[in-house]
Each structure stands twice: as C-alpha cells, then as structure tokens.
Design a protein around this ligand. Structure first.
Ligand SMILES: [Zn+2]
Length: 313
C-alpha cells in the first residue's frame, strides 16, 4: 500500500522549509534550503522541485501535491505572489504553475499564516473545533480563520489579517504603513519598540542582558520578565493588552470556539497570554468570550505542515 503524503514548502526571506507530512499532519521528513531570494523565482522553483524529488525518493512515496506558503500578499487563484517584502523578485511570477511543471505535481499557494492556521487546526486541534481564529506571532502578526472546519481565505486571500486591525488610530506605525495596528505593538518590532520606550532612563535587567540595548528582542525581554524585571513585565503587559483588543474584535466578529496563538514570539507563554485573557474576560458581552478558549500552540513548522496538509485536501 502506498503512503499518502503531502509536501509543504514554507518560503521565508532567507530559508525555505520543506516538510513532508502524513494526512494527520505528522512531519515525516524536513529539509531546509536557502531561499536565495535575490536569484529570483526561476532558480527557486528549480531547487524546490529538486528537493521535493529528493524527499519523495527518501520516503519511497509520491507526494499527492505540494503546498507553497509565502509571507505577503498572495493571489491563490492566479497562483502568484502579488507582493512580498522579502521576495521582491517573485512578485507577479507564476510561481504555482512553474513549480507544478518542474515537480510534476499539483501545487497550491497561499499566505503563510493561512497555511499555519490550517496546520494548527489539524495538528493541534485534530479538527475537533469548528470555528477557529489563529494568531501567528513573529516579526509581524499574521492570522488565519477556519470556519465550519474549512480554511476561510476571503475574496482575495487576505482573510484573517488580525495584525492589521486598528487598536489605536493615533498609535505607532505598523510595517504596512498604517497607524496603531495590533502588529505595531505585538509584532516583534512592536514589542522591542515598547521596551525601548519604557526603558528610557529606567533601571532594568535588560541593560545587563543586552548592553546598549542594541540587539533587544522578544526572547530577551521574556527572559528578563521571567526573572521578575518590572519593565520587561510591563512590556508584555502592554503588547498583550493591545493584541487582546484585536482578538476581542475577532471574537465579536466570528464567535470562534478556539483562538490559537502560534509562532516564535508566542513562546513567551503566560507573559503574553495573561494580558490577552484579561482583556477578553473584561468584555461585558460574556457569551462569545465564555465560548472562546484561548491557548498557545507549541508545534513548530506549522506553516509548512499546514501547506502540506492543504495539498492533501
Ligand atoms: Zn498594519
């Protein structure tokens, strides 16, 4: 009996992860190749196709399909990237069809956070929830929505962009150019910005952990907070409360049974989860908030896993 596998490709600005998955979302093999974004999409497609062939022969199985996850504005229907800040040369290139030809496999393409949402839904929730909002915390804040057990991508593939919902119209600039988006507070650059603001003229363990505050990053701020540093704790409190406002809006809009927080920055755990939950608990309209269980998902590589799984759907 031949095994069913899907291959997920998570295209980052620097590295691309290629993960072969079972229909349950179990990662069977992982391979990382350099993206070499400056070389352009043709070289990328050729190397991904090679890597997929390698994975298939190592597993002794043919992939049913390849899912391609890309950060940025992705046109799933036409199978191309409209705009991706880290992959400028890929814009408008027919990525899906080129990879399908090179790898002789069916290919689908979507935004990486949407793919991660699907991965989280299958792997973390084992499809047991019905309506799910996934918040992906990294440099930016991405997101995805599962409605009635199906990934909902919206009219242009842009659904679930919770990071770009406004929590303060006069707030700091978001990477997208707007003011006061949730990402401007709780994306890693937003968290670092809050820290720099709160640290001004104050004593903190962060000055010792990170001399000159040159390489300040969420991991260090979490470390200081867990050591009891008051400023670091206040940073997570503010980031979490702002993100909590965006999540509250999503709960009002979609009435999910789960909110899953994923991504590298979510490793801060309770530091980010507690203030989010405080905001949700404080909402006066209790019914949707009593129903929405919020948790942090710990599975790594959900973008690639979700892409591989979606290729199997
Ligand atoms: Zn934004």
């Amino acid at each position: 009996m031949s095994r069913r596998i899907g291959v997920g490709v998570d295209t980052g600005g620097t590295f691309t992860k290629i993960v072969s998955v079972s229909p349950e979302g179990k990662p069977l093999r992982e391979l990382q190749i350099p993206t070499l974004a400056a070389d352009g999409p043709r070289s990328f497609v050729r190397r991904v196709a090679e890597a997929v062939r390698w994975e298939q022969s190592a597993l002794g199985a043919k992939a049913e399909g390849i899912g391609l996850a890309v950060a940025g504005d992705v046109d799933a229907e036409r199978g191309m990237v409209r705009f991706s800040p880290n992959l400028r040369k890929f814009d408008r290139y027919p990525l899906r069809d080129a990879l399908a030809r090179a790898a002789h496999r069916k290919v689908l393409i979507a935004n990486d956070a949407n793919m991660a949402a699907w991965g989280a839904y299958v792997v973390e929730l084992e499809r047991k929830a019905r309506n799910v909002v996934v918040v992906a915390m990294g440099t930016g804040i991405g997101g995805g929505v599962v409605i009635d057990g199906k990934l909902f991508q919206g009219s242009t593939g842009s659904a679930g962009e919770i990071g770009h919902t406004t929590v303060d119209p006069r707030g700091p600039l978001c990477a997208c150019g707007a003011r006061g988006h949730a990402e401007a507070y709780a994306g890693s650059y937003g968290i670092v910005r809050i820290a720099r603001k709160l640290l001004r003229g104050k004593k903190s363990l962060l000055h010792t952990l990170c001399p000159g505050l040159k390489e300040l990053e969420p991991r260090l701020i979490a470390h200081a907070a867990l050591e009891g540093d008051k400023i670091a704790l206040a940073v997570w409190e503010e980031a979490g409360r702002r993100l909590g406002l965006a999540i509250a809006d999503a709960v009002y809009l979609l009435n999910p049974d789960r909110v899953l927080i994923v991504g590298g920055v979510s490793r801060a755990g309770r530091l980010i989860l507690d203030p989010i939950q405080a905001v949700l608990r404080a909402q006066p309209f209790k019914t949707p908030f009593d129903a929405a269980k919020v948790e942090i998902a710990s599975t790594p590589n959900l973008g690639a896993i979700g892409a591989g799984l979606l290729a199997l759907e």
